[in-house]
Design a protein around this ligand. Structure first.
Ligand code: ADP
Ligand code: MG
Length: 416
């Protein structure tokens, strides 16, 4: 089957979107690629389709067990043999999956980065024909990114252990220069084709508000948008519990998600949200990676996140169906202090040598500053975000609170 037939037959789509086709063609021509596309753009297809066309096996490196399960689940449903190898399998299941893999049953295998250099897995990989290694959420390799995973640093070593070098493809939604350079270097991409597609999400409306009564503002917003699905991001678990509790008390169909809940509650709440049994999700930033819910109409931030990367990623979970959606950040000066404390007490930095830790801290504070400027600027919010990611905005998008305000002022002046 050619790529169009695979797209239609297995995934049910008539045409490619954005840079998908370019990336697929580059991979099929044997070139390493780095694809930088915003959340929801459809990065998975860019490696899944070539995986089905290349002889041999594609290994997909993914940072989260839940992401692997979701993706393997949908592939299996589409009639594609795929499996995952990670710590959620018992040793018995793991061995069985690996033996099926040895028999060549799976064209696509998702694997946790920590597994790559284990003797069992290496033995399999050296004796199999690995035609591609696809690295999803590739920014996890960078210490400057927000989701650094030490296991990602082993990917390049693993690839060097293989008898024949496969094509290496990497995908991320993080577009800053530091992270991009890290990916190219640390994953050891060879003569890579780097494709970055527009980060603008024209259907998203952006606003920053500074209400005295934050809960009141959130409640008012949700009342006005009743029947719609939305996410309320909070800075702390405690805040999640409070806001969710209040919403439920006030009669809203809300649920919650944070790392302090049991696996079971997290899974249940997430499903309630996805299937619209509880269309309002109150969560910390632990919620969302890999969540694919298309009808999220608003993302409210009950407090300012620590940087623009986080904010745009979280806000970007709204409007994935391309229909209008709103992203509103409720800001208070206290958020700066809270975030500074997070940065000062970041325990990840304990593993770093003091000099690097200091560097990371400095960068985090710098990013916090840029996030704070976003909350205070009178200029086009979209333009601010796009410029942060190194793109050129238009200075006036017409679809953010600041542009609309300017428009109103202009009209008033004209009328006068
Ligand atoms: P990303 O990893 O870039 O955030 P995903 O790969 O999870 O995005 O895809 C997001 C959604 O877009 C999925 O529901 C996927 O099925 C859908 N999608 C991907 N490619 C296409 C396409 N060519 N046409 C229509 N929908 C698509
Ligand atoms: Mg993805």
């Amino acid at each position: 089957m050619n790529k169009y037939e695979i797209l239609k037959t297995y995934f049910g789509y008539d045409s490619f979107r954005g840079a998908q086709e370019i990336l697929i063609d580059q991979i099929l021509s044997g070139r390493d690629v780095l694809g930088i596309m915003p959340t929801g753009a459809g990065k998975s297809l860019c490696y899944q389709i070539p995986a089905l066309m290349l002889d041999g096996i594609t290994l997909v490196i993914s940072p989260l067990i839940s992401l692997m399960k979701d993706q393997v689940g949908s592939l299996n449903q589409a009639g594609i043999h795929a499996a995952y190898l990670n710590s959620s399998l018992t040793p018995g299941q793991y061995r069985k999956a690996l033996s099926y893999a040895r028999q060549g049953r799976y064209p696509i295998i998702y694997v946790a980065p920590e597994r790559l250099l284990t003797p069992e897995f290496l033995d399999f990989a050296r004796n199999a024909r690995i035609s591609m290694v696809a690295v999803d959420e590739a920014h996890c390799v960078s210490q400057w990114g927000q989701d650094f995973r030490p296991g990602y640093l082993r990917i390049a070593d693993f690839i060097r252990e293989l008898p024949a070098r496969p094509v290496v493809s990497a995908f991320t939604a993080t577009a800053t220069r530091e992270v991009r350079d890290d990916i190219l270097e640390l994953l050891d991409l060879r003569d890579p084709a780097v494709t970055s597609t527009g980060f603008d999400r024209g259907n998203l409306y952006f606003a920053v508000e500074t209400p005295r009564d934050r809960y009141g503002a959130v409640k008012g917003y949700i009342e006005e948008h009743s029947g719609e699905s939305g996410i309320v991001y909070c800075l702390t678990r405690k805040q999640v519990d409070e806001v969710c509790g209040h919403l439920i008390r006030d009669g809203f169909p809300a649920t919650r998600y944070h790392a302090g809940l049991s696996d079971e509650e997290r899974r249940k709440n997430q499903e309630d949200f996805i299937y619209d049994r509880a269309p309002l999700m109150v969560a910390t930033n632990a919620f969302g990676m890999g969540i694919d819910k298309s009808n999220v109409r608003f993302v409210l931030h009950y407090g300012m996140p620590k940087n623009i990367e986080s904010y745009y990623q979280e806000a970007g979970r709204a409007g994935r169906d391309g229909e209008p959606a709103e992203c509103i950040l409720y800001y208070s000066g206290q958020d700066v202090i809270t975030n500074r404390l997070f940065i000062e007490n970041n325990r990840d930095n304990l593993e770093l040598d003091p000099e690097t830790a200091e560097l990371v801290r400095g960068r985090d504070l710098d990013r916090l500053k840029k996030m704070t400027f976003y909350c205070c600027t009178n200029e086009c919010l979209r333009d601010y975000i796009l410029r942060y990611f190194g793109e050129y905005g238009s200075n006036y998008c017409g679809n953010c609170a600041n542009c609309r305000k300017e428009f109103e002022t202009a009209e008033v002046t004209e009328a006068a």
